[in-house]
Design a protein around this ligand. Structure first.
Ligand SMILES: Nc1nc2c(c(=O)[nH]1)N[C@H]1C(S)=C(S)[C@@H](COP(=O)(O)OP(=O)(O)OC[C@H]3O[C@@H](n4cnc5c(N)ncnc54)[C@H](O)[C@@H]3O)O[C@H]1N2
Ligand code: MOO
Length: 390
């Protein structure tokens, strides 16, 4: 058995960043930007009004001052000459400030009389002028690598960037194994159950940025398992679920090796997730997850998500950990790092009593994995422990 850290290091060495592709901006959210995006213009490109009102010379503004309104500036339509003393331009939000003007008096502070205005007694003191380039300047950068958020997309659009260079998304083939499995919606026989973690992993991998494909369920024969492996030829990462342990029907390791898989490791000192295997299979990395539903999902969170991030050119690092105080004591931990299903909130963190790796209802209620180190001693309520947020 190797440690979780060593297993993750091996996994990172089985893959490399996948390289670039160019996508239009409307398809870029959630993708990992690979090249810095560089602003192609100043924003705003001109000094602009922040309010609806009148553009005047600041030096002339005082209660009761009168101006002649000589024209109008609207967003998209500037007033085409400089103003002179005593002149005002009717202006709207977003319009270019006329030359000669450096102050907007908001319309609430003005009394209009035909083509003249008189300023009121209690004037708002702000200028309401947005200088050219106040938001960003030509050449300003959004640095790579980063996962693009909706806010990033809005900024990139404003920078007049129509397409971006992002990482290719890793293609992950998900192979569930076992005669007992049927798909959700099918009619299970009396000894059958529904393939569940397959769908949980699909969701997890997709949200991490992968293109996950669910392949047909492989039955517990070497031939059928080989046939399904053959369907994964285009994958960057092949993930099998189940058949990883020591039972007579646990064929995944044997069959994968007969197809050329070079095994990197098998068995990890962790709970749940001990019988995990990994290696290289042709151009793809291969990870064999244990079948127990919680084991598969926890291994997905601890190993597959960091692996996908590394393939997307994000930093190769473990799932981030936080700390919280225990609300109840915990007994000593054994020889495997334990990822306990737990809930964390303002009052602290508490683990569920039932930690069997078959219980998806418990995993679903958990919002954290409380991490116990190998041989961690008993802990009192109030002690600080590490956890990974789900
Ligand atoms: N004698 C020993 N028995 C077991 C050991 C051991 O060390 N010695 N390890 C146990 C541990 S820990 C785990 S974890 C499991 C892992 O076994 P496998 O990876 O071989 O998984 P299966 O036997 O195929 O299935 C286990 C369990 O999970 C269900 N399963 C499988 N795939 C799915 C799926 N896609 N969706 C939902 N449920 C699935 C399957 O029906 C079984 O109930 O081995 C222990 N045994
Ligand atoms: O490691 Mo198994 O994954 O403990 O249930």
């Amino acid at each position: 058995m190797i440690s979780v850290d060593a297993a993750l290091a091996h996994l990172f060495s089985l893959t490399r960043p996948l390289g670039p592709e160019t996508v239009p901006l409307r398809e870029a959210a959630g993708r990992v930007l690979l090249h810095d995006a560089v602003a192609r213009r100043d924003q705003p490109p001109f000094a602009a009004s922040a309010m609806d009102g009148y553009a005047v010379q600041d030096a002339e503004v005082r209660p009761g001052a009168r101006f002649t309104v000589v024209g109008e500036a609207a967003a998209g339509h500037r007033f085409d000459r400089a103003i002179t003393p005593g002149e005002a331009v009717r202006i709207f939000t977003g319009a270019p400030i006329p030359d000669g003007a450096d102050r907007i008096v908001i319309q609430e502070d003005v009394c209009v009389d035909g083509s003249s205005i008189t300023l009121g007694d209690a004037l708002d003191s702000k200028a309401y002028v947005r200088p050219a380039g106040a938001d960003f300047r030509i050449g300003d950068r959004l640095p790579a690598p980063r996962t693009l958020t909706p806010q990033d997309i809005a900024l990139l659009a404003s920078m007049n960037i129509a397409e971006v260079v992002v990482s290719r998304r890793p293609v992950v083939a998900l192979i569930s194994t076992g005669d007992e499995l049927v798909l959700p919606g099918e009619d299970p026989g009396p000894d059958q159950i529904i393939a569940s973690n397959t769908f949980g992993l699909h969701a997890l991998l997709t949200s991490a940025g992968a293109r996950a494909r669910i392949l047909p369920i492989a039955r517990d024969t070497r031939d059928h398992l080989k046939q399904v492996f053959a369907l994964a030829a285009d994958a960057d990462l092949i993930v099998t679920i189940g058949g990883a342990s020591v039972g007579d029907h646990d064929l995944v390791g044997d069959v994968a090796q007969s197809l050329g898989m070079e095994q990197s490791f098998y068995r990890i000192a962790m709970r749940p997730g001990k019988p995990l295997m990994a290696g290289r299979m042709g151009d793809a990395a291969m990870v064999g997850l244990p079948g127990n539903p919680v084991s598969a999902m926890v291994c997905g969170r601890i190993f597959l998500v960091p692996l996908i991030r590394a393939m997307l050119t994000l930093p190769a690092e473990p799932a981030p950990r936080e700390t919280a105080r225990l609300t109840a004591p915990l007994g000593p931990n054994g020889r495997r790092e334990h990822y306990m299903r737990a809930t964390v909130g303002p009052e602290g963190i508490s683990s569920f009593d039932r930690q069997d790796s078959a219980l998806l209802s418990v995993l679903q209620q958990a919002n954290a994995l409380l991490v116990r180190a190998v041989n961690d001693p008993a802990r009192e309520a109030g002690e600080e422990v590490e956890f990974i947020r789900l």
